[in-house]
Design a protein around this ligand. Sequence first.
Ligand SMILES: [Zn+2]
Length: 92
Amino acid sequence: MSRRRDRERVEAMRGLDPDYRGFRGHASEPNRSANAPLEAVTCSVCGRKRNVPRGVAIARGDAYVCSRCADQAAEATADADAGDEADEKQSP
Ligand SMILES: [Zn+2]
């Protein structure tokens, strides 16, 4: 009998928070930046176009370096005594 009430409550919550999916509503959220507008920016190192969040695109502008190149640069400076595997590794 109070089921309907709960439902109304969920609807109300939803009105406040568009991401609210009801109780236990953490339905897989693989990509947190899904809502962020993306912009194509050319990496200044490899010259490939990357879709990055707009804030990053604006902040970096022409000096944008994609995460892959940044990783490689970091590895290069860290003077690899670690192996070359873990190539495609992505940090969260
Ligand atoms: Zn790059």
